[in-house]
Design a protein around this ligand. Structure first.
Ligand code: TRP
Length: 344
């Protein structure tokens, strides 16, 4: 195909900036994912041209059970939609359904100095050291190239992520710039979109660390999962770490601050308002109010989720159409890169 012909089939980009983000289909989403990411993505859908990816190829780096991967992909797709992502306004697609991700990933690996990959924080922590590292899957090392492929294939302007993913967006930029300087202007260089406002939800059991999916797997009291039953939510919040103050008041410890933050974020108030509302109240009263706020927010999400899961054929149909839309965009970029590096 000529470049002109390829350009003809690029869907019009429109005026809105394009965003692309991804979540791994491993473990259930938790309240931190919802308040810190998904809820914003859903609310801002009309301001952007949206691509949200279920990154199942990345999930393989943790070598999970095949049935677990298959189920988690559908679970995450249904949760994306239950949280308000609308398949009409956002392309909600599965990474492995669009072959260009793996194809571009390989090319990027060949243009990425090994030292850059070895220096990544996530690689160092996940791959361990010594004998453990020798047995670690090679995909942990090349993970950033696949993530860069996800982003660069769509000429994304912005990549909405949490602060923990900043380094991965930075390396994507570095890789794009390196290829641009060696092979001509091949890639649009993306910017991270990291929210300074909005909730940063901490672990209920340890309010000094961010609520995390992997910790949730090993410690039941760490996170509220989006599909937790109301009683489970009550139990987990009841056991959340507070401090030895007799009631809500200065100095506010990190556990209490976290509960106030969750309440404020769900009820749409500021932190100051939440503090004023609960000042002098017992921790029991605060926890009960937070529990109610969480359960009220999760109820419609869960209802929608179970409706979507009950009709798996429709869900699969949505993903299949989204993969086609995504591939139309991705394949044009892939062809451009293949030409630039001498493959066509
Ligand atoms: N690495 C991201 C995470 O662990 C997931 C991810 C994969 C991603 N590809 C992406 C995020 C592309 C943003 C854009 O959370």
């Amino acid at each position: 195909m000529s470049d002109a012909a390829a350009a003809d089939i690029v869907p019009p980009r429109g005026d809105r900036p394009r965003v692309l983000s991804g979540i791994q289909p491993t473990f259930q989403l938790h309240l931190g994912n919802y308040l810190g990411a998904l809820r914003h993505w859903a609310r801002e859908q009309d301001s952007y041209d949206n691509y949200f990816c279920i990154v199942d190829l990345h999930a393989l780096t943790a070598v999970p059970d095949p049935e677990l991967v298959r189920n988690s992909v559908l679970e995450l797709a249904a949760l994306y939609m239950a949280c308000g992502l609308d398949p009409e306004r956002s392309v909600l697609f599965v990474q492995s359904h669009v072959a260009a991700h793996a194809q571009l990933g390989w090319i990027l690996e060949c243009y990425t100095p090994l030292g850059w990959l070895e220096r990544m924080t996530q690689f160092k922590s996940k791959a361990g050291a010594g004998r453990e590292r020798e047995r670690a899957p090679a995909g942990l090392l090349t993970y950033p190239d696949l993530m860069a492929a996800d982003i660069l294939l769509y000429d994304a302007d912005y990549v909405p992520v949490g602060d923990d993913q900043r380094q991965h967006v930075e390396i994507s930029r570095d890789i794009a710039q390196r290829i641009n300087s060696l092979r001509g202007e091949v890639f649009r260089v993306p910017e991270p979109l990291i929210r300074s406002t909005g909730a940063r939800v901490m672990g209920l059991d340890d309010p000094t660390t961010k609520m995390s999916k992997s910790t949730a797997l090993t410690k039941a009291g760490h996170a509220i999962l989006l599909l937790d039953l109301p009683d489970t939510v009550r139990h987990k919040i009841g056991r959340a770490t507070t401090d030895t103050n007799p009631s809500v008041g200065e100095p506010i410890g990190p556990g209490v601050a976290n509960l106030l933050e969750i309440h404020a974020s769900l009820r749409g108030t500021s932190r100051e308002e939440a503090l004023a509302q609960f000042a002098g109240k017992s921790y029991g009263a605060l926890k009960s109010a937070v529990t109610d706020a969480v359960n009220e927010a999760l109820e419609p999400v869960q209802k929608r989720y179970y409706e979507l899961r009950a009709d798996e054929a429709t869900l699969r149909g949505i993903l299949a159409r989204a993969a086609e839309r995504a591939a139309t965009v991705a394949n044009v970029t892939l062809l451009r890169v293949q030409r630039a590096v001498g493959l066509r």
